[in-house]
Design a protein around this ligand. Structure first.
Ligand code: SF4
Length: 380
């Protein structure tokens, strides 16, 4: 399924949700958002995981300096350009602001203002300690109270817990996708679909997993195998085509669309031991130390996780070239732009080949990106 088909299917899907009275709440597609709380309030959580282009980026210039990350700029374009690039964004009722990064805050404020959407705020601590957990709990309670004020309905704890279990089961299926022996290109399309539709597509994804589970459909020796880290590759981004056309294959998506999503799974034991849904959400926040919402030692955690993956790959594929790292940096990204040199240096010290690929969403960049990717493939 290509991106156009995916987006058109999503349009129909969201229209149906809207027709049944569902409220749609959009947010920048990052980490630590308690979507189970939103679901329990009968909202549909819509992650903004759409790549940008020149027009979308430029349309943000009235509101933000061009030194804002290209993804955030494009998100503004999605709500200000007419006609809308994605018609389904007209169905959005609320916008959730979070402090994943400075761009997230600015862009969420602007979108809710220009698109006249009620804004809900959810702040996430930058630390992991006792006080941070207490603060996260306060934010969960505040968000719940805000939503209840809006809907005039209480959100029962059992509904939040049901949603946690449902999302947890769904993440297990997404994790199964990561283990399939198919091309990275295909995996990305499945991850993107999963993150857009959520558990609504679980039966479809389970069928796909079943179909491919015992088949090895890719000869890794034919490709330059890569680990993608940094910023996610969003829907309709040509980057994945460039990697594919240059002979590259992503064996591991160490990004929010990918490992950081499906790694946050509760064990059955934890689900049985902790009945309070808020305590479960807090536990997930406490253990989420690999995301880019910078916490103490986040760079070290990320590097260790990458090295662990590379070592595991070596063990399983002893006669193959090492996996190289492609660090995808959306231009002016608060998180990945800042750390890119240190990140590369630290991995190179461990003998890992790294390409820091910084880019915006302009079409003019396509040729330059292709050249850099091809040169990297030659080198590895
Ligand atoms: S600055 Fe980085 S983390 Fe923030 S919205 Fe942009 S891409 Fe996402």
């Amino acid at each position: 399924m290509n991106s156009l088909e995916l987006l058109s299917e999503f349009e129909t899907f969201l229209q149906k949700k809207k027709d049944t009275g569902k409220k749609i709440i959009a947010f920048l597609g990052h980490d630590n958002i308690p979507i189970e709380l939103l679901e329990a309030a009968d909202f549909f959580p819509l992650r903004m995981i759409f790549a940008g282009d020149d027009q979308l980026m430029n349309s943000s210039n009235t509101y933000l300096p061009p030194s804002t990350c290209s993804f955030a700029q494009s998100c503004i374009g999605y709500f200000t350009l007419t006609p809308r690039t994605h018609k389904f964004l007209e169905y959005v009722d609320y916008f959730l602001l979070s402090n994943h990064c400075v761009s997230d805050i600015c862009v969420s404020e602007i979108i809710s203002d220009v698109a006249d959407l009620k804004r809900l705020d959810f702040y996430v601590p930058y630390y992991r300690n006792e006080n941070a957990s207490k603060y996260y709990k306060i934010e969960l309670t505040n968000l719940k109270n805000e939503i209840e004020k809006l809907t005039r309905e209480r959100i029962p704890d059992y509904k939040i817990r049901d949603s946690i279990i449902k999302q947890n089961d769904f993440k297990k299926v997404v994790k199964d996708i990561s283990n399939l022996k198919i091309k990275g290109y295909e995996k990305l399309k499945l991850y993107q679909k999963a993150m857009l539709f959520g558990p609504n597509v679980q039966p479809e994804l389970e069928r796909i997993v079943e179909k491919h589970r015992d088949h090895n459909e890719i000869n890794l020796k034919e490709y330059k195998n890569l680990l993608l880290t940094g910023c996610s590759i969003f829907i309709d981004d040509f980057l994945i085509d460039l990697i594919d056309e240059s002979g590259g294959n992503i064996v591991h998506f160490d990004t929010w669309i990918g490992h950081q999503y499906y790694s946050q799974i509760f064990s059955q034991e934890t689900l049985e031991k902790i009945q309070d849904p808020y305590k479960l959400l807090i536990k997930r926040f406490e253990t989420n130390v690999y995301g880019d919402h910078c916490i103490s030692h986040s760079l070290e955690n990320q590097i260790n996780s990458i090295i662990n993956y590379i070592n595991q790959f070596k063990k399983e594929n002893p006669n193959m070239e090492d996996v190289a790292v492609l660090n995808h940096i959306i231009k002016f990204c608060d998180h990945f732009s800042l750390f890119q040199s240190t990140f590369k240096q630290k991995l190179q010290e461990k003998g890992v080949k790294v390409l820091n690929l910084e880019r915006d969403y302009s079409r003019a960049m396509r040729g330059q990106l292709r050249t850099r990717i091809e040169a990297f493939m030659e080198m590895i």
